[in-house]
Write a protein that binds this ligand. Structure first.
Ligand code: ADP
Ligand code: ZN
Length: 737
């Protein structure tokens, strides 16, 4: 095989195209394998040096030959990314209209992005035959330092650099002399990560009929097939995963399991480890670079049989893939909401199809997209309708805030229920998806509210630090004393978790109460500690945000109080009712998972809202089906596809002008099957000092929309107006803000 003429590489830059380079100078010394697609090389880029990944070879380039620059050096001896991995990267870049270099960057662990070795390299010095023959005593007279080094090597034959540093400090100064005389040679061995030894697997419960049916249905088609495992919380979905994972491991293949949040991994890691007898390789953002790289290479080399990770783990190379599981498939955090905006769930499905392996989507509250695919017959819908073991489903009850008095946001019936639950030895979770003391500060005189200087948003009161903070841009300032308009006094308006904590501590001073939200778990390790105190039952009342509503298993928890569900009832988001029902059902699922039946109290000021009727008569499924019907009538997703073009600038006109340009570029390319809405200001027009506008594209024809975006993106990249704005294309956006 001869060296390729031109290397087409992806560089980590916000540009759609690939860049052409000549192979590095120094020809034959570089192995041809080191220039295969999937290998990293360093290239000159502008005035800098960059790590790039070879995507393809080419015979010719659009750049004239004399202007093509040679790459600087090869990094890898063989591809770090295989053909399948490159396929996924190209697919994601095309589908999400995102620069391929940035997609590659998202797919690689940081050390590899920075050009470091895949495996930390161990360097050894080895003695040659000539070296062994040297008479060290004679040499000592002329060159004592060389002799001293050679003496060590004649004893041990081969030794690590670091070991020599200990034994013969200063040996490096004579290394060259000995190399030149061919008495020694340098040997490089890479240290591949070793995974923990397999332990004995613990036996699990005998599967019930529904679980067995699900397992059989998934086993029945070994190739690509998407199965929705739709089971209420505690129905034993994880047991179904475990059974199928054992099949895969027995066949010497690998399982990739994606979860939406880091918080969900610790409990799952230990459960997988003890039940499978295999320590899973874990991939998420809170790990150190080295640990993550080790897990990544264990997946790549096939040493790891089970890989558990958050969103970006969807890109991890797998030597021998056998099954992909996406847990909590409905969860918004599976979609990245900034930069490269991809859905890990949707990419997992695309990847499963390409690899021809089964994909399981597990959840108690399926997304409407997934439900519709089941109705279309594209996915198989497997149900686990009842809780496994003895646990009964939780009892839901509305608390009408128009008739029941409440103090500090907590109604009398809720206080009574908490007291009773405490007496009976139960644990309580008070859920409020709003951190801080109060959502805002209001002037008692004129009604003015404390606003952020940089956003069209109110400042949140954080009493413990005596600060106002903006949850949108992170700005903070000391709590305002008096109103500058009228001199009136400010007071906090509404309730956040901090205020709730204060109120509950006042009410129940003899019980241990803990608040778990992103303010209290900011420090490393605090989350795990707080969770373990909650799990052992040491904490009697838990106050939490969204963070606590998912996946966690608190054996003692028997009562859940939802402080405020009303925001979701009047949301302008077309996904409002879907999201509200998901979050209520998920949080309710925390209650009564073991012995006693759980109770859920939902406080609302709008008890007659039709949403409640649906939820109470038919549960999540009824809400979902009615939302699907509504979307079908209005042709919103999943009955159409959306793409949102966002732009922001220091001046609103610049952002709007850029989108006007987009509009003009779209018009001639639109065969009439794409609906264009906007440009309009974003719902929050100003954020962190920038003005934001957006243009929404909607179509029932996905291909047409994709084709249009493909051209539009390149045109916009080259447009002069694009330099004044920050812009992005969000394909299948989950939020329209
Ligand atoms: P999910 O993943 O749906 O929330 P899990 O798999 O975690 O449910 O199961 C919930 C609880 O029920 C766990 O404690 C689990 O050990 C238990 N469980 C699951 N399946 C069975 C079964 N077939 N028999 C007895 N207990 C079971
Ligand atoms: Zn702000």
């Amino acid at each position: 095989m001869t060296q390729p003429a031109i290397l087409r590489v992806a560089v980590n830059a916000p540009l759609s195209r690939l860049f052409d380079y000549l192979p590095p100078a120094g020809g034959d010394r570089i192995a041809t394998e080191a220039l295969l697609p999937g290998c990293r090389i360093t290239v000159p880029f502008g005035r800098q040096k960059q790590t790039a990944v070879i995507i393809a070879h080419a015979d010719r380039s659009d750049v004239p030959r004399d202007r093509l620059r040679p790459a600087l050096a090869a990094i890898d001896e063989a591809p770090v990314l295989g053909e399948q991995d490159l396929w996924l990267i190209r697919f994601a870049s095309n589908y999400y209209q995102h620069p391929i270099g940035e997609v590659v960057a998202a797919a690689l662990p940081a050390p590899l992005r920075q050009g470091k070795a895949l495996h930390p390299v161990i360097q050894n010095i080895r003695i040659t035959e000539d070296g062994s023959a040297v008479n060290v005593e004679q040499l000592r007279k002329r060159a004592p330092k060389q002799a001293s080094l050679l003496a060590v090597l004649q004893d041990v034959t081969s030794i690590r650099f670091e070991k020599l540093d200990e034994l013969r400090p200063g040996w490096r100064t004579v290394r060259k002399n000995l190399l030149d005389k061919c008495w020694i040679e340098v040997e490089e061995v890479s240290e591949a990560p070793s995974m923990a030894e397999a332990a004995d697997a613990q036996a699990g419960p005998t599967l019930n009929t529904d679980q067995l049916a699900a397992v059989e249905a998934i086993r029945s088609s070994p190739g690509f097939q998407v199965s929705l495992l739709d089971g209420v919380t505690g129905s034993g979905k994880t047991e179904v995963y475990l059974t199928l994972m054992k099949d895969v491991i027995a066949a010497r293949k690998q399982v990739l399991i994606l979860v939406p949040e880091i918080g969900l991994t610790p409990q799952l890691v230990s459960r997988l480890a003890s039940r499978l007898g295999e320590e899973p390789a874990v991939l998420h953002s809170a790990l150190t670079d080295t640990v993550r790289l080790a897990a990544w290479s264990a997946a790549r080399s096939g040493t790891a049989k089970v890989i558990l990770g958050t969103r970006s783990a969807v890109f991890v190379p797998l030597k021998n893939p056998g099954l992909i599981i996406v847990d909590e498939e409905h969860d918004n955090s599976l979609k990245q909401q900034e930069g490269f905006r991809y859905s890990a769930r949707d990419l997992a499905i695309a990847r499963g199809k390409h690899l021809d392996v089964p994909v399981i989507l597990g959840t108690a509250t399926p997304s409407l997209e997934t439900l519709q695919r089941c109705k279309d017959g594209a996915y198989q819908h497997l149900r686990l309708p009842t809780r496994a073991g003895a646990a009964a489903p939780p009892l839901l009850r509305l608390v009408d805030l128009t008739i029941h008095p409440s103090a500090d946001g907590i109604s009398d019936p809720a206080i009574t229920a908490i007291s009773k639950n405490l007496q009976e030895g139960g644990q309580t979770l008070v859920f409020l998806n709003r951190r801080g003391f109060a959502p805002t500060l209001i002037c008692g005189g004129c009604g003015r509210m404390a606003e952020c200087d940089r956003c069209d948003a109110r400042m949140t009161v954080h009493a413990s630090s005596n600060e106002l903070r903006c949850h949108h841009c992170g700005a903070s300032r000391r709590i305002d004393d008096d109103c500058i308009e009228c001199g009136g006094n400010f007071r906090p308006l509404g309730h956040g978790t901090e205020r709730l904590e204060q109120a509950l501590k006042g009410r129940f001073p003899d019980h241990s109460i803990a608040r778990i939200d992103s303010d209290t778990v900011r420090l490393k390790g605090t989350m795990n500690r707080a969770l373990s105190m909650a799990t052992t039952g040491e904490t009697r009342i838990l106050i939490g945000t969204q963070m606590l509503s998912k996946g966690h298993h608190f054996p003692d928890l028997t009562l859940v109080v939802v402080i405020n569900a009303d925001q979701g009832l009047f949301s302008t988001d077309f996904r409002g009712s879907e999201k509200l029902a998901q979050s209520l059902v998920q949080v309710a699922g925390r209650a009564g998972r073991v012995k006693r039946q759980g109770q859920v109290l939902i406080q609302t000021g709008y008890p007659t809202h039709p949403f409640w009727g649906e939820l109470f008569s038919g549960g999540y499924e009824k809400v979902a089906l009615s939302a699907l019907e509504e979307r079908s009538n209005t042709a919103w997703p999943p009955f159409s596809r959306l793409a949102l073009i966002r732009a922001s600038a220091h001046k609103l006109e610049d952002a709007k002008a850029f989108l006007e340009t987009a509009l003009q570029l779209i018009a001639p390319a639109n065969a009439g099957n794409i609906r264009v809405l906007g440009p309009v200001s974003a719902p929050m027009e100003r954020r962190a000092g920038r003005y934001r506008a957006q243009l929404l594209l909607q179509s029932v024809n996905r291909q047409a929309l994709q084709r249009l975006l493909q051209t539009l993106r390149v045109q916009l990249e080259n447009d002069r107006g694009s330099r004044k704005v920050r812009w992005s294309i969000d394909v299948d956006p989950v939020e329209l803000f």
